[in-house]
Design a protein around this ligand. Structure first.
Ligand code: FAD
Length: 367
């Protein structure tokens, strides 16, 4: 670790390492300080989808969906070994809360925005039930197929981190920031690995962002709502392709095949505790089992669960119900004398390319 860098970034999640990679590519010296390990946070605890988010269309978040689908195309073309396009199935039952015309329209729009050229279509119930042997066929009204992408979030984040390192970015893991001094001329951070100075600090600490802002008294325009989500991993393959299903309360959740297991998720719970104290809630496990069992021929039990993991989304606080808050990101730039502080709020795994590009444009605009 040197003593001075053009840029110091807090957090080696997907956004921190992606911004680091892009800034190094335009000639900046960059240090990333990570309290834990690369991809320790949400970037290895997601649903592992590289998607526009079909359900966001329902909330008229067209700009978010379009941007994410542009990023999806870029990621499909660039990281061919890690990001794979596949068919997703959407079965509609008699008691589905969304009418068929709405699903049809949503899928048409989603395919229209998508850049991979694959169109959504209806699938015969007979063909569907032949392939999806564990899924109930009673009261099935229609089935649709559309295309989205899957990834390995941990591997993808580590890949971008490696590319950043190849661009000469230094990533120091397991580092605690002890103090942060800020005046009009310099930002000085004392860590357990040494002291570093910079004029540009980027806070890409994901759901930890507010805790850092409070601890070091940094100026910021937003605060976050912490929304945890769990996934359960079932020790066998229940579906040949990802399924998108509706819960009793009209939320959606996924059943996704993952090697020789199945991933089911996710949940949405507003959290008040500090991030490091957030724990998996038993009720959320029961909820996912109950909702899945509405669709499965053979009942899933606790003993079928091989693993459970939790991630925390940092959503920008608003008056809305947290489950309906936007997944859009905000880049919040502050000037203090010669210094700049940029906070990265919210976002999705999928949108890291456009987020990093916008951050670099914003920071390099005025030199
Ligand atoms: C349940 C769930 C499912 C999701 N599913 C999807 C999906 O399928 N597709 C999708 O596109 N998006 C998904 N997302 C969103 C996506 O995971 C996140 O938007 C993305 O990973 C955020 O990355 P990040 O780099 O901003 O934050 P994080 O990955 O959380 O990284 C922040 C990093 O900062 C570090 N840090 C914290 N405090 C400090 C400190 N004081 N000093 C140094 N380092 C610090 C942490 O250790 C961590 O490594 C999901 C999120 C959740 C929670």
């Amino acid at each position: 670790m040197r003593t001075q860098y053009d840029v110091v970034i807090i957090g080696a999640g997907i956004n921190g390492v992606a911004i680091a990679k892009e800034l190094a590519a335009v000639g900046k010296t960059v240090l990333v300080l990570e309290k834990n390990r690369i991809a320790y946070g949400a970037s290895s605890h997601s649903s592992r989808l590289i998607h526009g988010g079909l359900r966001y269309l329902e909330h008229f978040e067209f700009a978010l969906v379009r941007e994410a689908l542009r990023d999806q195309k870029y990621l499909l073309e660039t990281y061919t070994d890690l990001v794979k396009l596949c068919s997703f199935y959407l079965p509609i039952y008699q008691n589905s809360k969304r009418p068929i015309w709405m699903i049809r329209f949503g899928l048409w729009l989603y395919s229209f925005f998508a850049k991979h050229g694959q169109k959504a279509s209806a699938v015969s119930i007979k063909d569907f039930t032949k392939e999806f042997k564990y899924i109930k066929e009673d009261n099935l009204k229609a089935v649709f197929r559309y295309f989205d992408a899957k990834t390995d979030d941990y591997a993808l984040t580590n890949k971008i981190a490696q590319q950043a390192k190849d661009n000469k970015v230094e990533i120091v893991e397991e580092t605690e920031i002890k103090t942060l001094f800020l005046d009009n001329n310099i930002i000085r951070l004392t860590t357990d690995k040494g002291v570093v100075e910079t004029n540009l600090l980027i806070n890409a600490a994901g759901a930890w962002i507010d805790e850092i802002n409070t601890k070091f008294n940094l100026p910021s325009s937003y605060t976050i709502e912490k929304l945890s989500g769990i996934h359960i991993v079932i020790d066998k393959v229940l579906v040949p392709n990802p399924l998108i299903l509706e819960t009793t309360s009209k939320r959606v959740f996924f059943i996704i095949p993952q090697a020789d297991t199945t991933l089911i998720g996710t949940t949405e719970r507003s959290e008040e505790s500090k991030i490091d104290d957030i724990k998996i809630n038993n009720e959320d496990i029961e909820y996912l089992l109950k909702e899945s069992n509405r669709y499965l021929k053979t009942e899933l039990k606790r003993k079928d669960i091989k693993d459970v993991y939790i991630g925390v989304r940092p959503l920008i606080k608003s008056q809305k119900d947290p489950t309906r808050m936007s997944r859009e990101y905000k880049l919040d730039l502050h000037y203090i004398g010669q210094n700049k502080i940029l906070h990265v709020y919210g976002g999705k795994l999928t949108t890291f390319p456009s987020l990093a590009k916008k951050a670099v444009e914003m920071l390099t605009k005025n030199g």
